[in-house]
Design a protein around this ligand. Structure first.
Ligand SMILES: Nc1ncnc2c1ncn2[C@@H]1O[C@H](COP(=O)(O)OP(=O)(O)OP(=O)(O)O)[C@@H](O)[C@H]1O
Ligand SMILES: [Mg+2]
Length: 283
């Protein structure tokens, strides 16, 4: 049995109860990358009637980028992350949930300055039509992948961005050889020395992101994995570019404060104000 996107949605709805027999292997047909679903297709293709008819997973499978889904790492309201395999290598597969469960209204602050470059799409997004919502969702997920790639190429510790198809992102899996996903820093009870090191690395990542002209926008111990004594940041759809977004100070302030709050239980003496000020000088 192949797992199509709609099956995954259905599985995710089942009160987090996962019948592992449904995760049977589906074999990859190797072929070269074909054109991906993108905004151009949204405009030139099915237009207003655009919907995600073809399974993003099947496309990725057909492109030889994912062979099987093994288990769920985490389900969420907005996206679920699965453990997958490709050529015997583990992959993390993040599949966004249907647009209708998501309120994009609160995302306006992130949308500011994002270049869509097509007036029809801009208008549709503003009006909140179905077409606009589909476009918004595609842009949101596409932005996650784009930002991950940019950070990866700047050597910021993020999972390796491997592929995107529609609402599905395939990335490097962070975890053990047995397929156990790395914990988030928020899941751990570290000793003080380890916590200090994790905090140091987390602040450095924040600084490196700002140096790249970006703000993460949801930076806290919930979005930082801890693997082999290294911090790895995840979750990027809301990343903003400093030069295009006039709310960048507010977002940076929030990121610094969430990070410091995450580490407060370890009694680490961190001064959010001075970290914020020193980061602001980099902008
Ligand atoms: N590359 C990865 N390797 C291992 N685990 C991962 C990877 N990416 C994400 N995860 C796991 O999946 C969870 C959800 O991922 P992510 O934060 O990107 O999605 P999300 O929809 O924003 O979820 P949340 O609302 O919980 O933040 C992470 O907290 C982490 O446990
Ligand atoms: Mg997250």
């Amino acid at each position: 049995m192949k797992i199509a996107l709609k099956d995954v949605y259905e599985l995710s709805q089942e009160d987090n109860f996962i019948d592992s027999s449904k995760f049977e292997k589906f074999k990859s047909r190797k072929r070269n990358l074909s054109g991906k679903k993108d905004l151009k297709e949204l405009v030139n293709g099915d237009g207003d009637n655009y919907s995600f008819k073809t399974s993003d997973l099947e496309q990725l499978q057909g492109d030889g980028l994912i062979d099987e889904l093994i288990s769920i790492i985490k389900t969420g309201k907005e996206a679920s992350v699965y453990l997958g395999k490709n050529n015997d290598q583990y992959r993390a597969v993040k599949i966004y949930t249907d647009i209708r469960v998501r309120s994009f209204r609160k995302d306006d602050i992130y949308r500011q300055g994002r270049f869509v470059g097509n007036q029809r799409i801009e208008k549709a997004i503003d009006q909140g039509s179905q077409f606009g919502l589909d476009a918004h969702q595609l842009i949101w997920v596409g932005e996650e992948f784009r930002q991950m790639k940019r950070m990866h190429s700047a050597c910021i510790p993020v999972p390796e961005p491997i592929a995107i198809s529609g609402l599905t992102i395939v990335m490097g899996f962070i975890g053990t050889d047995d397929g156990e996903a790395a914990p988030r820093i928020s899941d751990l009870d570290m000793d003080v020395t380890e916590a200090k090191e994790a905090f140091r690395q987390s602040v450095k990542i924040l600084r490196d992101i700002v140096s790249l002209g970006k703000i993460h926008g949801d930076y806290s111990a919930f979005n930082i994995l801890w693997h082999e004594e290294k911090a790895i940041v995840i979750d990027f759809p809301q990343v903003i570019e400093i030069e295009n977004n006039s709310s960048y100070k507010e977002l940076l302030y929030r990121d610094v404060n969430s990070l410091c709050k995450s580490f407060r239980k370890y009694d680490i003496r961190s001064d959010a104000e001075s970290i914020y000020k020193s980061l602001l000088r980099l902008t």
